[in-house]
Write a protein that binds this ligand. Structure first.
Ligand code: ADP
Ligand code: MG
Length: 703
């Protein structure tokens, strides 16, 4: 599309989505009503209703050019899975008609034996099934009708990310509604968790990408000397967007809008070639589906522009990697944000109780939140002064922290207003978003009316952290409701006591300072906060007793399901590092060392030629480079042998996923890092004509 073509955004928005509008228009009234009940209240769908819905969906999809349908699900790999069936059905006279039944809509049976299940599903009983999630609308993409589904085994074990996410949303809703009742709200039926995930990504030229095996196989560069310029001038963040990138962004937005994704903000990010897209927030379930769609669409649209979208957490050493900020809040079914402090004492009191739930929950389950964002890629970022530290803490801003202090100690709040903070009586001094949003180093920041969980890696399926968050907060709210229910006579003093106690016992989790500073590590340790620097440190805590209890109590996961998830994440970690190690070894053996040899030979023959002419011609430069490169080459060769040994050495480690992952972290990553250091130094000495790969400068600045 040319840059001057005008598009009508309201017209194209959700044009490929079977949403409420389309349903209302195309379904018989009674069918629409039953479906709406299912969507709003989780009522089971009757098969006759399902048949009617399926038929309407099919007709609509065919009009939009669809020939197939697919149950779209999110197995434990975290990426989406799809298998397409056409609508065709043969007739007796040799023709075909287009058919789609209610049964096909509601339930699918993919042969799922090749998805990781962490031992939950033996291959002989491979047939898991997918079940329609009517709370996330069906949509059309690439001539297929996509039906968002949950994925389970026949034994009922959860095999995906969506089922636990939906369960966690239900658990949280039930407990939050109990809390609202305590404050006299008798009408809210459901509380919804809302999420707006800000997505970072890199774009590189496809031709250059194709020349880098590391990008192709691992999504990140395993070698690469620093370019003369990085991000030090801070000239990329929010900088003018290059025309080629702008064209990509424009088409990306259009594609996303057609799918009903509320793509809102686009800008250049900190690192060269890095960008961000933020949508307007929506229900967590939909936000999760839409974020998966966004990542996929980014990759597809990039290819149409001769670009490749890198979603890896750390494509390049030496400049920032990519993350995803999970903006999270709670809202009533009528759209009232429960983390909005409000203007009346009653609203303030309710806000403070929800805030207390977050403070207590994040403190008690620091480990789970850390686990929820753990991956090999994200290990490069957390704690590397470009992303929050691995230590989980909450940023509240000075004003809110001072208010909590005043509440805890029963003293006068010394802010602008100087008030005695008695909950339910006094009005909270208003604190602006500006004062709460400045600190970008905090993993979990209150930003005025929502929390921003900033530790997520860019590739992560956001279901995981949100399952954790929702379940943790559901549990805290349940404890609060248990404590406060039946205290209606003296509700305010019970509430006061509870909030004071929570602040006293859990204020250690609040930290408004610089999360990048080394001093924070020391201070956090003094406070007894958990510091789990890597995936391998974090994951074993997934199945700690308190965590197993939490998920079992709220019927999100059984212990077996948790163990399987822990194993899968650790195995994925080990496999990821193994692929990186094999790729690195291959690149050095087959491309880099031969290139260095050729260049050294070229220099050497140059020296010989000069000498043949005359002994007087100086060759110091060549000789020096020959010497240095030859030394580095020998060194690289030794480091390569060490890496190859480390790769083979895993055979001695046994089967335990924790031990295997630990081995990769300690032995293989170390060997790779040492090899890289030598290779990167050689790159700075070898002629660019000889170096087999595009440089960091090419990749980051030639887009
Ligand atoms: P920034 O963090 O860059 O200052 P904003 O605060 O405006 O930007 O919003 C960032 C993201 O937070 C957006 O995706 C926005 O839709 C989302 N967001 C805003 N309000 C809420 C909410 N109540 N619940 C969840 N996400 C929200
Ligand atoms: Mg933000």
């Amino acid at each position: 599309m040319s840059s001057t073509t005008k598009i009508n955004v309201p017209d194209i928005f959700a044009s490929m989505v079977f949403n409420d509008d389309v349903m209302r228009e195309r379904l018989p009234k009674d069918v629409y009503k039953s479906l709406r009940k299912t969507i709003d209240n989780g009522k089971d769908l009757d098969i006759t209703v399902a048949n009617a819905v399926a038929n309407a969906m099919k007709d609509w999809a065919i009009e939009k050019g669809a020939t197939h349908y697919t149950h779209w699900f999110q197995p434990m790999t975290g990426i989406t899975a799809e298998k397409h069936d056409s609508f065709i059905s043969p007739t007796a006279d040799g023709r075909i008609i287009m058919e789609f039944s209610g049964k096909e809509l509601i339930k699918g049976e993919p042969d799922a034996s090749s998805f990781p299940s962490g031992g939950l599903r033996a291959t002989f009983e491979a047939r898991g099934y997918t079940a329609w999630d009517p709370t996330s609308y069906a949509f059309i993409k690439d001539h297929s009708l996509y039906i968002p589904t949950a994925f389970c085994s026949y034994g009922g074990e959860v095999l995906d990310k969506k089922t636990p996410l939906l369960r966690s949303m239900e658990a949280l809703s039930a407990q939050a509604v109990r809390i609202l009742r305590l404050f006299g709200d008798s009408t809210t039926k459901r509380v919804i968790t809302t999420v707006g995930p800000e997505q970072e990504y890199f774009l590189v030229d496809k031709k250059l990408y194709d020349e880098r095996p590391d990008l192709i196989y691992t999504g990140r560069t395993l070698f690469g000397a620093r370019a003369p310029k990085g991000q030090e001038l801070e000239d990329h963040y929010f900088g003018a967007i290059k025309p080629r990138i702008a064209a990509f962004m424009q088409e990306l937005d259009e594609e996303l809008w057609k799918l009903g994704v509320l793509a809102k903000t686009k800008h250049n990010e900190v690192a060269p070639a890095q960008h961000e897209l933020a949508p307007i927030f929506s229900t967590t379930n939909v936000a999760t589906d839409h974020n998966q769609l966004t990542m996929e669409t980014m990759k597809n649209v990039a290819l149409r522009h001769g670009l490749v979208c890198l979603l890896h957490e750390k494509p390049f050493a030496g400049v920032n990697g990519s993350g995803k900020h999970n903006n999270w809040s709670l809202s009533t079914d009528t759209g009232k944000n429960l983390f909005e402090p409000g203007k009346l004492p009653q609203e303030n009191a309710q806000f403070l109780l929800f805030l207390a739930a977050v403070i207590k929950g994040v403190d008690e389950y620091q480990d789970l939140l850390r686990v929820s964002v753990a991956s090999a890629g994200n290990d490069h970022r957390l704690g590397a002064n470009e992303a929050p530290p691995a230590i989980i803490s909450i940023f509240l801003g000075d004003e809110l922290t001072a208010i909590l202090h005043a509440i805890e100690t029963g003293t006068v709040y010394g802010g602008t207003l100087r008030v005695n903070m008695e909950i339910g009586v006094n009005v909270l001094p208003s604190f602006t978003k500006d004062t709460t949003d400045r600190n970008r180093t905090s993993p979990f920041a209150f930003t005025g009316n929502k929390f921003e969980f900033r530790s997520l890696g860019s590739q992560l399926n956001i279901a995981c952290p949100n399952i954790m968050l929702n379940t943790i907060i559901a549990d805290e709210l349940e404890q609060f409701a248990d404590e406060l229910e039946g205290k209606s006579d003296d509700f305010m003093s019970a509430l006061n006591a509870l909030i004071k106690r929570v602040i006293k016992e859990h204020k250690r989790i609040i930290f408004n300072g610089d999360g990048y500073a080394d001093a924070w590590k020391v201070e956090a340790a003094r406070r007894g906060l958990t510091n789990l620097p890597t995936t391998v440190d974090a994951l074993p805590h997934y199945t700690d007793e308190k965590n197993v209890k939490l998920f079992a109590k709220h019927k999100i996961y059984t212990e077996v399901e948790m163990q399987s998830r822990q194993d899968i994440i650790l195995e994925t970690y080990a496999k990821t590092i193994n692929i990186e190690a094999l790729t690195a070894s291959d690149m050095v053996k087959r491309d880099i060392l031969p290139a260095v040899s050729s260049y050294v030979a070229e220099l050497a023959s140059g020296v010989a030629t000069k000498k043949a002419i005359s002994d007087d011609i100086p060759c110091e430069a060549e000789l020096d480079i020959i010497k240095r490169l030859s030394g580095l080459q020998d060194c690289a060769y030794k480091k390569l042998a060490a890496l190859d040994n480390a790769i083979i050495g895993v055979k001695e480690v046994g089967e335990d996923p924790i031990e295997v992952a630990t081995y990769y972290k300690d032995s293989v990553i170390t060997a790779m890092t040492e090899l890289r250091a030598v290779v990167d130094e050689m790159e700075t000495l070898v002629s660019s004509d000889y170096w087999p790969y595009p440089s960091y400068g090419d990749l980051m600045f030639r887009v």
